[in-house]
Ligand binder design. Structure first.
Ligand code: ADE
Length: 394
């Protein structure tokens, strides 16, 4: 149940809205999508990239993406492989496919003009209430609320609400709606983006900088001394392990055998060396090399080298075993046929340069670069091994 102190007056939403907007006008970080005036396409791309990913990581991807696809039309007409390739390394690749689909839908349904109306925006692929509200309010100044994890934390602390997470999100949408409706019209964009900025830079989960917060004087959590209890600590998610046996096969011309992952699930649509993956389990052991080769339709190859490393995604630990083998001199094309039951959708022999240009997950990029000898002797694979800690990386 939400708990609020009976001794504290409710926070006046128009004061709070104005304080955040004023603060944002001078404290906003200089970011490449914060042009004046705001551009709806840049805003849309940035909001997709910022879902689940921090600003500092997004900036270089955003700049490269905009250089390659400077308009919504150029994005809509692009090949999906090119879009995914520019997203490669940023993770959560579903976002790239959705953004691409959204660009196509804007071209088809709205003549290439991004709509202003939050309901029309929310009907585009991959745009939920949050992204639709962000574009409608930040770019077009409409009174649409937005709540992400950062905004929820700011609002629940401001109102001194201690409550389990799902409840907290629902309550935060109501509080965000109150604020955006109480704000002066010209404050709406700076209010909404300011709430996100405040959550990202000041009202942080641990050790918030209350001394520089524009809401400090109004904040009930602060006056009650319960800032650290909001949001309520989350139980760590149960982590499952996957084993992935990857086979690096080179033909006599130095080309590598690659396959594309299915378009659903982990690393959907990305490319990899032939890989046999286990289902997620509490504990998983990789199959033996002969069994893995059989499972991949690669029986008969001789394994010359073997290495292993681990990689942590947001929800899973993936234990990679990498086998190196040479293609048989006769008919290497037979290896491009995937066995029944193996989910890969396509296989091809590719030069290392072409392989590198494909959309690859970070661990597969390490494997491929290592195999192609494109990196120095302190290989990217050993770096990947060192990186493979508890932190989330894709
Ligand atoms: N997170 C998501 N959207 C953002 C924005 N426009 N500014 C800062 N952080 C964000």
């Amino acid at each position: 149940m939400p708990r609020k102190s009976a001794h504290h007056p409710p926070v006046p939403p128009s004061h709070a809205a104005h304080a955040v907007a004023e603060w944002f006008r001078h404290a906003a970080r200089d970011l490449p999508w914060r042009t004046s005036p705001r551009d709806p396409y840049r805003s849309l791309v940035s909001e997709f990239m910022l879902q689940q990913t921090q600003v500092a990581r997004v900036v270089p991807y955003f700049e490269r993406f905009l250089r390659r696809f400077p308009t919504i039309r150029s994005l809509a007409l692009a090949d999906q492989a090119d879009v995914l390739s520019l997203w490669s390394g940023l993770g959560y690749y579903r976002r790239a496919r959705f953004l691409h689909d959204a660009a196509r839908a804007v071209l088809e349904r709205h003549g290439g003009i991004i709509p202003r109306d939050p309901d029309q925006l929310a009907r585009l692929p991959g745009l939920g209430r949050y992204t639709a509200g962000a574009v409608a309010s930040i770019v077009f100044g409409l009174r649409a609320p937005i709540v992400d994890g950062n905004v929820a934390r700011v609002l629940l602390r401001l109102h001194g609400v201690r409550t389990p997470r799902d409840d907290g999100l629902r309550l935060a949408w109501g509080l965000a709606d109150d604020l955006v409706n109480a704000a002066a019209e010209h404050d709406v964009p700076a209010l909404n983006e300011g709430l996100m900025e405040l959550g990202a830079t000041v009202c942080t989960p641990r050790s918030p900088s209350c001394g520089s917060c524009p809401l400090a004087g109004l904040c009930l959590a602060r006056s009650l001394g319960i800032t650290g209890l909001i949001p309520e600590p989350k139980l760590p998610p149960a982590r499952a392990t996957i084993t992935a046996v990857c086979v690096v096969i080179r033909d006599r011309r130095g080309r590598l055998l690659l396959e594309q992952r299915p378009d659903r699930g982990l690393w959907a649509g990305l490319w990899q060396v032939p890989t046999l993956e286990s289902a997620p389990a509490a504990k998983a052991r990789p199959p033996s090399a002969p069994k893995a080769l059989r499972g991949l339709g690669l029986e008969g190859l001789t394994v010359s080298r073997r290495s292993a490393f681990s990689h942590a995604t947001s929800h899973r630990d993936v234990r990679f075993v990498v086998l190196h083998a040479d293609a048989p001199p006769d008919r290497p094309s037979r290896l491009t046929i995937t066995p029944d039951g193996h989910p890969a959708t396509a296989r091809a022999w590719l030069t290392p340069a072409r392989a590198r240009a494909l959309a690859l997950s970070n661990p597969q990029r390490s494997i491929i670069e290592d195999a192609a000898g494109l990196t120095s002797s302190t290989s990217s694979l050993s770096r990947a091994r060192r990186r493979a800690g508890p932190s989330s990386s894709r």
